[in-house]
Design a protein around this ligand. Structure first.
Ligand code: BYC
Length: 329
């Protein structure tokens, strides 16, 4: 969608231009003045690379993120729940597409990004390497995973790169509906039988800590944060967003009678924030290294889906070629 109207020539000449201190200073002044950077504008190569990395990882997360929820489509407890879940998963596919399109404005093709994902050289969010074992997990994913996503993504609507910031506006509106549908599932389960409430608590126990890891390494270990914040790609640090998420989510758990699986969690009157226990960063590192519970399964499913979709891509190309030939005749 964003690639339409891009002027190849000017973007190529921008690429070969040598980066000078003046160029960089002018660029930073634009960013500091809260002016959006658009695809045809000059930008430092490192800014372009950072955005390609982050936006493509984000797009891959949306696409891989369809799998844990897709696992429950055939077993949703009612037709209403099934149609809501189906709509949510379709939204995630749409988010992936907006994001791939936004990344394409930076000179990488969707095919290249897809190849990187399939080759295992691109990351996607750690959270999608955990299994959805019960229906309550669908509630927990919506409430916590989409809740964490909104906390991280609302500031991205003000990101300095125009196409990314605009894509995020619609994505955040949809994520907000996703978070509410997840919380509603948890509310219903907590109002239900003893077994249903236990199922909700068990899902919270398993999803809470991985949700906190979604925000990325702690600030002292986050290698990209300082530069990304200077470029106004990120507006808040990983720890700041994680804290905001904890502060918003703990009262929501209390409201429905669930207990956070953290014995060190305490409200600090003085700062007005909840203090929480130590995150298991070894687990995070292991998941990123490909050794989470579902890494292999997620990649296998994605590769199979890509192979099984080959005929669709071929048919679309054949149709496009026919259209071009007809127009030329
Ligand atoms: N998982 O220096 P840092 C969704 C990597 S989808 C995996 O702090 P940065 C949804 C990081 O990439 C939600 N990797 O990096 C979909 C970097 O590695 P590389 C996805 C992680 O970029 C379906 C290294 O660790 N959201 O909502 O400044 C259903 C050092 O980190 C993670 C986004 O993608 C992680 N959790 O900050 C339901 C949001 N955390 O690249 C819901 C956009 C860190 O050097 N992305 N790493 O190899 C961002 O906001 C930022 O990229 C991050 C990381 C906050 C995630």
């Amino acid at each position: 969608m964003y690639t339409q109207g891009l002027d190849q020539k000017s973007s190529q000449s921008a690429e070969i231009k040598v980066e000078s201190a003046e160029d960089n200073a002018r660029f930073q002044a634009h960013v500091d003045a809260e002016e959006k950077i658009e695809p045809k504008d000059w930008m430092p190569e490192a800014y372009r690379r950072t955005l390609v990395r982050q936006i493509s990882q984000h797009a891959h997360s949306e696409i891989i993120g369809m799998q844990p929820e897709g696992n429950w489509l055939t077993r949703a407890p009612s037709l209403r729940r099934k149609s809501i879940l189906l709509a949510k998963i379709q939204d995630e596919a749409g988010h992936g597409l907006y994001l791939y399109s936004a990344a394409e404005t930076l000179g990488i093709s969707r095919e290249q990004m897809g190849d990187q994902l399939l080759a295992g050289t691109a990351k996607y969010s750690s959270i999608f390497n955990y299994p959805t074992l019960t229906w309550a997990d669908i509630g927990a994913v919506g409430w916590l995973v989409d809740g964490a996503a909104i906390m991280n993504q609302i500031p991205l609507c003000r990101c300095s790169y125009g196409p990314y910031s605009r894509a995020m506006i619609r994505i955040c509106k949809e994520e907000s509906f996703h978070q509410r549908q997840g919380y509603e599932i948890m509310v219903e389960l907590c109002r239900g039988s003893k077994e249903q409430k236990e199922m909700a608590q068990d899902a919270l126990n398993r999803w809470w800590w991985p949700s906190l890891m979604m925000f990325g390494p702690s600030d002292k270990d986050s290698q990209h944060s300082a530069q990304s914040m200077a470029w106004k790609i990120k507006r808040f640090s990983n720890d700041e967003l994680r804290q905001k998420f904890v502060d918003v989510t703990v009262p929501q758990a209390e409201f429905i009678g669930l207990k956070m699986p953290d014995d060190d969690l305490v409200y600090d009157e003085e700062s007005g924030h909840y203090r929480y226990g130590e995150i298991n960063w070894q687990e995070f590192t292991d998941v990123l290294a490909g050794n989470g519970q579902c890494n292999r399964e997620r990649m296998r499913t994605r590769r199979e889906a890509h192979q099984n979709g080959a005929w669709v891509r071929e048919a679309a190309q054949a149709h496009a070629a026919k259209k071009v030939a007809r127009a030329a005749a």
